[in-house]
Design a protein around this ligand. Structure first.
Ligand code: 7TS
Length: 420
């Protein structure tokens, strides 16, 4: 082992739980596949869920399950309280000013579609521009294209530099005066780059535009404070942040949400309905038509409690140490091309192994019990910018270990020999 690797050895953070204690919270991590222990390195696709989340959801369904905001019975009240308590937890977790600013959705994709449909459907038209970046996930591209077909505005994409960063000066210089919205990933699911969304928000506001932050990849790894960032909208998914699938949220500044029309119609989002006209419910329920994912919200609340109990600083420190270790191991491998070398990154490592197709790499690793993702990662414009058809990706969470990274490196060496 070279000095860089030795220096990057993961230390147990003072006062934090041990590796074994943390891993014991995640039942799935003790699985074996084909006689090999699972090494789950696909956390950017979805994280694993601690038993605290599974137990909270089980408790809800075993004890309090009922529909919300309507029943005049004890279970209905318990379910409503649990649902709204989860909203309060998320509001505190991201530093929003009020519960009305937290709209529960199915996840990041639905949250961005909500903004496109409701805000964009009224505010965007010919002459306007929505500024994306070349590193956006398809879920921050396609909703705008669907809307563009109806409203006739323009889409632009800020260039990604060779190191995987955005150049703020270049964005400033190339600013189109028609820009009404900047919609940007907080962290890239391919490059790992953490974008300076606070500076982008300041720039957008200085030029009279709004900013939407796609926080799908950042929320699991770092403390987010929407008021400090001064973002107008922020979209997140629970399932990438140790919570269940099918629940996420849109944060929006109250005055903006207040002025926006509902996007889906149905039960719960109305104050009154007649065949002549209907009136809308207050925030945030105006945007939550139909029976919501109450069990999911409860699980998300438990996931946020869990992250808080570890401490976001502990999570960040632990992942930084694991990332340094992974970079030292992977960076030293001959024939391995790593994409994204920004100084500020989340623990995502996309790579190709010589001319071996990423799918073959992932399949080889799978036989070793190592789960990584391969493909275009729902970021085809970025693949084009990088000049590659696909990449393999190892993405870490705080419960991963140096041993798993060692296994990854060894298996990659094996794959390299196998496909030579
Ligand atoms: N935005 C980013 C930056 C993402 O990484 C993803 C999912 C989404 C939006 C969509 O999130 P969803 O929860 O609504 O699906 N990214 C990935 C990934 O990298 N591998 O699988 C899903």
């Amino acid at each position: 082992m070279d000095m860089g690797v030795a220096a990057a050895r993961v230390r147990r953070a003072a006062g934090g739980p041990s590796e074994a204690e943390v891993r014991a919270d995640f039942p799935i991590l003790s699985r074996e596949l084909g006689g090999r222990p699972l090494a789950y390195l696909d956390n950017a696709a979805t994280s694993q869920k601690p038993r605290q989340v599974l137990e909270a959801m089980r408790r809800f369904y075993e004890r309090s399950n009922a529909n919300v905001h309507r029943a005049i019975h004890a279970l209905g009240e318990e379910a409503t309280a649990a649902y709204e308590e989860a909203r309060g937890k998320l509001r505190r977790f991201i530093g929003a000013a009020s519960d009305g600013e937290i709209v529960f959705t199915r996840g990041t994709t639905e949250s961005i579609n909500l903004v496109a449909s409701s805000w964009g459907g009224e505010r965007l038209g010919p002459g306007d521009v929505v500024l994306l970046t070349e590193m956006e996930h398809h879920s921050d591209i396609v909703p705008w294209q669907l809307l563009r077909a109806r409203r006739g505005f323009r889409l632009a994409a800020a260039r990604v530099e060779d190191d995987g960063t955005l150049d703020l000066d270049s964005i400033r210089r190339n600013w189109d005066p028609g820009t009404k919205l900047v919609a940007v990933a907080h962290a890239s699911n391919v490059l790992g780059t953490v974008n300076d969304v606070k500076a982008l928000a300041a720039l957008a506001h200085e030029r009279g535009a709004l900013i939407l932050v796609d926080a799908a990849q950042s929320v699991p790894h770092m403390r987010i404070d929407v008021r400090d960032l001064d973002c107008d909208f922020l979209a997140l998914s629970g399932h990438k942040a140790y919570g269940p699938m099918g629940i996420g949220a849109l944060y929006g500044k109250e005055a903006l949400l207040e002025a926006m029309p509902p996007w889906m119609g149905g039960g719960d989002m109305i104050r009154s309905v007649s065949f002549e006209e209907s009136a809308w419910n207050d925030l945030p329920w105006k945007f939550e038509a139909g029976t919501p994912n109450v069990g999911g919200a409860v699980g998300l609340g438990a996931a946020l409690d869990y992250a808080d109990s570890l401490g976001l600083d502990w999570i960040a420190e632990r992942e930084l140490a694991l990332s340094a270790y992974a970079l030292a191991r992977l960076g030293a491998m001959e024939g391995l091309a790593l994409y994204g070398t920004a100084p500020d990154r989340c623990p995502v490592f996309s790579f190709n192994l010589g001319a071996v197709h990423a799918h073959d790499v992932a399949q080889y690793l799978d036989r070793e019990g190592i789960a990584v993702r391969a493909g275009h990662h729902c970021a085809q414009p970025l693949m084009r910018r990088l000049g590659i058809p696909a990449a393999a990706r190892a993405s870490l969470a705080f419960y991963n270990t140096e041993e798993e990274i060692d296994r990854l490196a060894l298996a990659l060496e094996g794959a390299s020999r196998f496909y030579a």
